[in-house]
Write a protein that binds this ligand. Structure first.
Ligand code: NDP
Length: 296
């Protein structure tokens, strides 16, 4: 039987595990605070930001929100970032991507105080992660690691193929999985749109992570017998239902399930983990800034 890895259940356990730490911090007068910054009015981004705020409420993290007009000059956003950097109640914040075209996202990230960069995207945090001294693991890769752990998958000595080399998923995940660490010690192949013979590289892997943003790119014929398949992809495709669309992953679930020993569904796999790990990073940020030890 193929195990369907339940991201909702694992994420819910992570949230529960965080509540003690949050109470310890709150009792010491340091309730963790997370802010979201949204520039423009992209509906998908609005939904993500709302979900992040709801998640905070549920676990007792204080949430703050800053809206920036989509037509405002970049300096308006930079000013808000400066305010958040100086606000002691806000231990972590995220600037929701994408930002409007006239704003350079890299410059935005560079302006975030690395101690409050709970996305883990600031160059200082990227450098620390690569050096094996991560302050904040980026939420999606960290969530993938937690899912593997929850499914009792020991990564040591495994061959992992990651499809996708983005700065937020593929690259940091590859860096985490090659670390000399209990949740690393894997041999990692990172594929992208110029990779030759992708199917051969996924088929020979013990663990396949699909993070390409291409609906159902990885099908059963590309999965080795008994492999573990983690589907990071979230793609909207047209569907004959009320909404007019449905969400599908980068993996063709039904055929891949036939081959895999364990597989994540979409939705209900990596997505909830990304949200849970943002809460985790916020609690960690509060603990570090307030110099209060908590168990994480
Ligand atoms: P990006 O678009 O930034 O990166 C996609 C990567 O996939 C690129 O490296 C690209 O190659 C590679 N790629 C694209 N097409 C192919 C192909 N045909 N064969 C091999 N490689 C290919 O995407 P993200 O990393 O931001 O996101 C990937 C997916 O994960 C998306 O569906 C996104 O919605 C989802 N996502 C889900 C999250 C969650 O919480 N569940 C969080 C973040 C993302 P190249 O570099 O050559 O262009």
């Amino acid at each position: 039987m193929t195990e369907i890895i339940d991201g909702n259940a694992v994420a819910s356990q992570i949230r529960e595990d965080l509540t003690d730490a949050i109470e310890t911090l709150a009792d010491a007068g340091a309730r963790p605070g997370l802010a979201t910054v949204l520039m423009g009015d992209d509906p998908a981004s609005e939904t993500y930001v709302n979900m992040k705020q709801r998640d905070c409420e549920e676990v007792g993290i204080e949430s703050y929100h800053v809206d920036v007009d989509g037509d405002a000059p970049p300096e308006t956003l930079y000013d808000e970032i400066g305010e958040l950097n100086g606000n002691d109640d806000v231990h972590g914040y995220i600037v929701q991507a994408p930002v409007p075209d006239h704003v350079d996202y890299r410059e935005v990230i560079r302006r975030v105080d690395p101690a409050k960069d709970v996305d883990g995207f600031h160059p200082e945090n990227v450098g620390r992660l690569v050096a094996g001294d991560a302050r904040f693991r980026p939420c999606t890769p960290h969530g993938v690691q937690k899912l593997l752990e929850a499914a009792d998958v020991d990564t040591e000595g495994t061959d992992v193929t990651i499809v996708g080399r983005s700065d937020i998923v593929g690259k940091p995940l590859a860096n985490l999985l090659i670390q000399k660490a209990d949740d690393g010690n894997a041999t990692v192949t990172v594929c992208h749109s110029r990779t030759d013979d992708l199917a051969e590289k996924t088929r020979s892997a013990d663990i396949v992570v699909a993070a390409a943003g291409v609906p159902q790119l990885v099908d059963g014929s590309m999965v080795g017998e008994g492999a573990v398949v983690i589907d990071v992809g979230v793609n909207r495709v047209d569907a004959d239902n009320e909404k007019g669309y449905e969400l599908v992953g980068d993996v063709e679930f039904e055929s891949a399930k036939e081959k895999a020993s364990a597989i994540t569904p979409v939705p209900g796999g990596v997505g909830p983990m990304t949200r849970a790990m943002l809460l985790y990073n916020t609690v960690k940020a509060a603990s570090l800034q307030e110099d209060i030890d908590v168990e994480l």
